[in-house]
Design a binder for this molecule. Structure first.
Ligand SMILES: CC(C)(COP(=O)(O)OP(=O)(O)OC[C@H]1O[C@@H](n2cnc3c(N)ncnc32)[C@H](O)[C@@H]1OP(=O)(O)O)[C@@H](O)C(=O)NCCC(=O)NCCS
Length: 184
C-alpha cells in the first residue's frame, strides 16, 4: 500500500520534533489568529487581516475538496506553529498548476519549519497530479525568497511597485517550480 502523503514528522533546526498535518475544523480559530497576526505585521502578506471569521475558516476546512485544496498546519508540542494553503487550478486549462500561501507565528520562524510545510504540500501536489507550483512574494521578504530559492523556485516575473508598504513601493515577485518535466 502507498505511504500516506500527510501527516509528516520533522525536526526543526533546534532538533525539536514537529508534525505537518491536514488542518482540522478545530484549528480554524488559530489559523484566523495567525492571519490576523501576520497581516498586522504589514511586511509579509497583502491582506491586512484574516478574510474569514474563525467559524467560516473552520467550515472551509471541514468542507474542502481534497483534490483541489490542501490546508496544512505545522504543530509543535500541541501548538499551531504555522499554516500553508495550496489551491489547485480548477479549470482544464490550469488544472496542472497550484498556488500557495504560508505563514508561521513569529516565535517559530527561522527554524526550518517553512521547509517542512512546503515539502509536505509539494508531496500532496504531486500525489494529485499538479505539475507546476507558483507563489507571489514581496521583493522585500528576503527570508521567504531565500527559502523558496533553496527549494527550487525561480523568479518568473515581477509587478513593479505593486505594493506600498510603510511608505515604500515594493515589487511583487512571482516564483514557480515545476514538479515534473520542464514544459517551457
Ligand atoms: C517565510 C516563512 C514561512 C519561512 O519559514 P521559516 O521556517 O522561517 O524559514 P526557514 O527557516 O526554513 O528558512 C528561511 C531561510 O531564510 C534565511 N533567512 C532568514 N532571514 C533572512 C534574511 N533577512 N535574508 C536572507 N535570508 C534570510 C534563513 O537563514 C533560512 O535559510 P537557510 O535554510 O539557508 O538557513 C516564515 O519566515 C514566515 O512565516 N514569515 C512571515 C510570513 C511570510 O513571510 N509568509 C510568506 C509570504 S510569501
Amino acid at each position: 500500500m502507498a505511504e500516506p502523503v500527510i501527516p509528516k514528522a520533522f525536526h526543526d533546526r533546534l532538533g525539536n520534533p514537529y508534525l505537518v498535518r491536514d488542518a482540522r475544523p478545530e484549528d480554524g480559530a488559530m489559523m484566523v489568529e495567525l492571519l490576523n497576526r501576520v497581516g498586522h505585521e504589514e511586511i509579509y502578506i497583502a491582506d491586512e487581516a484574516a478574510q474569514l471569521t474563525a467559524e467560516q475558516e473552520s467550515q472551509l476546512i471541514g468542507q474542502r475538496n481534497a483534490d483541489l485544496q490542501c490546508i496544512l498546519v505545522a504543530e509543535q508540542e500541541s501548538h499551531i506553529a504555522g499554516s500553508l494553503e495550496m489551491i489547485r487550478g480548477a479549470t482544464k486549462k490550469n488544472h496542472h498548476t497550484a498556488i500557495f500561501g504560508m505563514a508561521l507565528f513569529p516565535a517559530y520562524r527561522g527554524r526550518g519549519m517553512g521547509r517542512g510545510l512546503l515539502s509536505t504540500a509539494e508531496a500532496w501536489a504531486l500525489s494529485v497530479g499538479v505539475e507546476k507550483i507558483s507563489l507571489a512574494v514581496f521583493a522585500s521578504n528576503a527570508a521567504a525568497i531565500h527559502l523558496y530559492e533553496r527549494m527550487g523556485y525561480v523568479e518568473e516575473g515581477r509587478r513593479k511597485g505593486q505594493y506600498l508598504i510603510r511608505g515604500a513601493l515594493v515589487d511583487e515577485i512571482w516564483m514557480a517550480r515545476w514538479l515534473t518535466r520542464e514544459r517551457r
